[in-house]
Design a protein. Structure first.
Length: 200
């Protein structure tokens, strides 16, 4: 059975991708060749990484996401604020924060985690921190280079991108190639906000 490298995410609208691309251009002077940047088409708000799954499990996973999404109506998010993991003094991952209706987002993410447990997907041990990854520092980066990229992050202003309405959750495929990952959507589960009819 064919194996698919997959994850669950919220896809970003084009205006938000354009805003992030513009931000990245200001962060990537030529001398920072030790940062591996994520292309605009590769930036998603990841809710759950599934790893390799058998192709015939896609309908099962889609059903679990749909179950977790019942009663959740579309909501608004904003992309703003620049930072780094574990911190800007020793950056390893460069990210942009997600604000707006994040409580609703966290509730949805927890619901998806719980719905996937019976299918054999262990819940994450780390707490969910909504963010978008812009770039990762390569291995063997000197402490001086790390410090310089941290200073650049702190000095770069980022006005909020256009607000985005989240009205669906995507099950995504990530196909690894020598030139980078190629992403495609396996399924889209719409957020309708309608609770299931009681069967009393």
């Amino acid at each position: 059975m064919e194996q698919i490298r997959s994850f669950i995410a919220i896809e970003l609208p084009d205006p938000v991708k354009a805003s992030l691309s513009s931000l990245k251009d200001r962060l990537r002077p030529a001398e920072h060749h030790y940062v591996k940047w994520v292309g605009p088409e590769g930036i998603h708000l990841t809710l759950k990484f599934l790893g390799n799954i058998a192709k015939d499990r896609v309908p099962q996973i889609k059903e679990a996401i749909a179950h977790a999404s019942q009663g959740v109506s579309p909501f608004q998010l904003q992309i703003s604020g620049l930072g780094a993991f574990p911190n800007v003094q020793r950056p390893q991952v460069i990210w942009v924060a997600v604000t707006g209706e994040v409580e609703k987002l966290a509730m949805l993410q927890r619901g998806i985690e719980q719905a996937l447990v019976p299918l054999g997907f262990a819940p994450e041990s780390r707490s969910f921190t909504p963010h978008l990854t812009l770039g990762r520092l390569r291995e063997r980066v000197s402490s001086g280079e790390r410090r310089r990229i941290g200073e650049l992050i702190m000095a770069t202003e980022f006005e909020s991108s256009p607000a985005m309405e989240v009205n669906g959750i995507s099950l995504m495929r990530s196909k690894l190639t020598p030139s980078g990952a190629i992403y495609s959507r396996l399924a889209l589960i719409e957020l309708k906000g309608d609770l299931p009819t009681s069967h009393l």
